[in-house]
Design a binder for this molecule. Structure first.
Ligand SMILES: Cc1ncc(C[n+]2csc(CCOP(=O)(O)OP(=O)(O)O)c2C)c(N)n1
Ligand SMILES: CC(=O)[C@@H](O)[C@H](O)COP(=O)(O)O
Ligand SMILES: [Mg+2]
Length: 619
């Protein structure tokens, strides 16, 4: 079958199970081939090929609402809903997103990117359906990692009391990005091992289906079946939430999936279909992966499984630089503990976890809990380091504000993936943290321009008794010939290429400082560069100096302009009754909303050209 010719999933209903299995094999090959070229979320998508086919066989999308929690495993759904031809553009500027996007298709009824929202959304959709007296199925698919989040538990709590019709597909592959964690994984394991209700029901059905009388008996035995189910089948956590439970079902057996989903569709009330899948199924390097290396991948060689991108000699990811420095500091300070909300791999904390297992905590997809857990540790003599992606940190706003900073506790927050992240698009751009953290009392917020400054800022952070957040981008940085880390005066900016005759100044932060500096030096421009490495507190003495000089200042920001660095400078100028010829350049709404992006890739320097043009106007 030519997958690129598929317009919508209704064709599936005319296919036999063996044809559906052939289609699954073809889709799996398509995914491996395409993702080996574009990169993407390979393992999760390989695990749900049969499940997605069965879902679209049993339900009628988009009238029935099928959607995926996080959404990183929606590629088969996109193929079956007419987007196979666009897979060469996956996760690229102007291309199709790696997550569901309502603007892409009527079959994408919910958008995510951030985990554990599907059940709350499903309840909202179910209540709306019922208030409109409509009758369609609502089918959220949620993984075992996402189900462990507090938001999912909050949703189950209300779903169990509202008792609206919905089919919750629990995709259980016993993996989050890396191994799944938390006490619930034990409950899930018991369910996986439990006697399958379907086996019981199928045996009974086969037994009774021998005669007309038997058929009548089987269908008339609902109460008996239910009482047997409730006694025989462990419903685990789902029973506690007053949810019907069906499973476990082999998530790669299309026949069984169709059978159980059909029963679930007619069941009434909220019913959980527990599906057991294998993350990475069908591609050996993925199937063996327990660390999560194959969760999100760049382009790779299919035959060897080797990633095509190699980190240049002397370079490290920012995450590895930060994590390695924290490990070094922890070597000499046993009050340092490390916490991550399910991102060990992404935050490069593997080594710390291996070296200090008793001082390492993977809290699961639970950013709120991670922050308050860190606060508790800090009240009792520990100095926690919590590494959280900027966009996921949005989940823990109140805990950072109310629990860590209001109590002025010594927690170091590593804000990873700060700024535009590229392929994951607007749900993952870490462009809001400056704006939402700056107003919080007691918090110190900084960003290093290079590896040496990163190490010094970390040393300074762990020497501080206040909450200290250090933000750093996705990507790699040179770590060649690093000087020893030294303490930095909190709130101090550093000035480069200054001269009394200079005609303009650029205020910038992060790795852009050196990019801008080299562009100015190469072109021998009379321009000063100020490294605004602290967003809070800002360097007011430095601002006073440039206000007095009266030269034009461009504030070059790579995060939301709204309540960004320039806003702080302008507020200070206003409060101190000073003026400055200030121009600000930064990210507006238009950029963040432009979908799966390679937008403004940091290494393409697109944004630096616009700065350069602005400078030439001023000089
Ligand atoms: C709030 C939030 N925290 C962390 C992540 C990063 N993340 C993306 S997928 C994932 C694991 C999801 O595991 P599961 O739900 O079991 O799905 P699977 O990949 O196993 O299919 C995590 C931690 C996220 N997307 N959102
Ligand atoms: C789906 C999800 O949220 C994560 O897998 C995220 O895509 C990881 O991002 P990085 O690739 O930057 O680690
Ligand atoms: Mg999982």
């Amino acid at each position: 079958m030519d997958l690129t010719k598929i317009q919508n999933p209704e064709f599936l209903k005319d296919m036999s199970v063996s044809e559906l299995n052939e289609l699954a094999a073809q889709i799996r090959t398509f995914l491996i081939e395409n993702i080996s070229k574009t990169g993407g979320h390979l393992a999760s998508n390989l695990g749900v090929v049969e499940l997605t086919i069965a879902l679209h066989y049993v339900f009628h999308s988009p009238a029935d609402k099928i959607f995926f929690d996080v959404g990183h495993q929606c590629y088969t759904h996109k193929i079956l809903t007419g987007r196979a031809a666009e897979f060469p553009t996956l996760r690229q500027y102007g291309g199709i997103s790696g997550f569901e996007k309502r603007r892409e298709s009527e079959h994408d009824v919910w958008e995510a990117g951030h985990s554990s929202t599907s059940l709350s959304a499903a309840l909202g959709m179910a209540v709306a359906r019922d208030l409109h007296h409509d009758h369609y199925s609502i089918v959220p698919v949620i993984g075992d990692g996402a189900l462990g989040s507090g938001l999912a538990m909050e949703a189950l709590n209300e779903i169990g009391s509202e008792h609206r019709d919905m089919v919750i597909v629990f995709n259980d592959n016993n993996m989050s990005i890396s191994r799944n964690v938390g006490a619930m994984t034990r409950g899930f394991a018991r369910l996986r091992a439990g006697r399958s209700y379907n086996e019981f029901k199928n045996n009974m059905k086969v037994g009774l289906n021998q005669s007309e009388f038997g058929k009548v008996m089987y269908h008339g035995m609902k109460n008996f079946k239910d009482s047997v189910k409730n006694s025989l089948v462990d419903q685990g956590i789902f029973g506690e939430f007053n949810l019907e439970y069906m499973g476990p079902v082999d998530g790669h057996n299309i026949r069984d999936l169709i059978r159980v989903l059909t029963v679930a569709r007619e069941h009434g009330g909220p019913v959980v279909v527990h599906v057991i899948t294998q993350k990475g199924r069908g591609y050996a390097p993925c199937e063996k992966d327990r660390k999560g290396v194959w969760h999100g991948v760049g382009p790779f060689d299919i035959n060897t499984g080797k990633q095509l991108h190699e980190t240049p000699a002397g370079f490290k990811s920012w995450s590895a630089l930060i994590a390695d420095t924290v490990t070094e500091l922890a070597d000499k300070d046993d009050s340092i503990v490390a916490l991550t909300p399910a991102m060990i791999n992404g935050s490069a904390l593997n080594e710390f976890f291996a070296k200090y297992p008793e001082r390492s905590f993977d809290c699961g997809i639970a950013e709120e809990h991670t922050a308050t857990f860190a606060a508790g540790l800090a009240t009792s003599g520990m100095h926690p380091f919590m590494a959280v992606y900027s966009s996921f940190l949005q989940r823990a706003y109140d805990e950072i504000n109310h629990d860590i900073c209001r109590q002025d506790l010594p927690v170091v927050i590593g804000i990873d993936r700060a700024g535009l992240v590229g392929e994951d698009g607007e749900t993952h751009h870490g462009v809001f943290d400056i704006g939402f953290l700056k107003p919080i009392p007691n918090l110190i917020l900084a960003q290093p321009k290079d590896a040496a400054e990163a190490r010094s800022l970390l040393k300074t952070a762990f020497a501080s008794s206040h909450p200290f957040a250090i933000r750093y981008p996705r990507g790699e940085i040179s770590c060649r010939q690093l000087p020893p880390a030294e303490l930095i005066r909190v709130g101090s900016w550093s000035v480069f290429h200054d001269a009394p005759e200079n005609k303009a100044a650029v205020f910038a932060y992060g790795p852009d400082v050196d990019r801008i500096l080299s562009k100015i030096q190469v072109n021998d421009l009379p321009v000063t560069v100020v490294n605004c490495r602290f967003f809070k507190p800002i360097d007011t003495a430095c601002i006073d100096q440039f206000a007095k000089r009266g030269i034009p200042v461009i504030v070059f920001e790579t995060d939301m302009k709204e309540s960004g660095l320039a806003a702080s400078i302008l507020e200070y100028l206003c409060d101190s009754h000073q003026t400055m010829n200030l121009t600000r350049m930064g990210i507006g709404d238009e950029y963040v909303q432009q979908g799966a992006v390679n937008l403004l890739r940091r290494d393409e320097g697109i944004d630096l050209n616009s700065l350069y043009e602005k400078l030439m106007e001023l000089l």
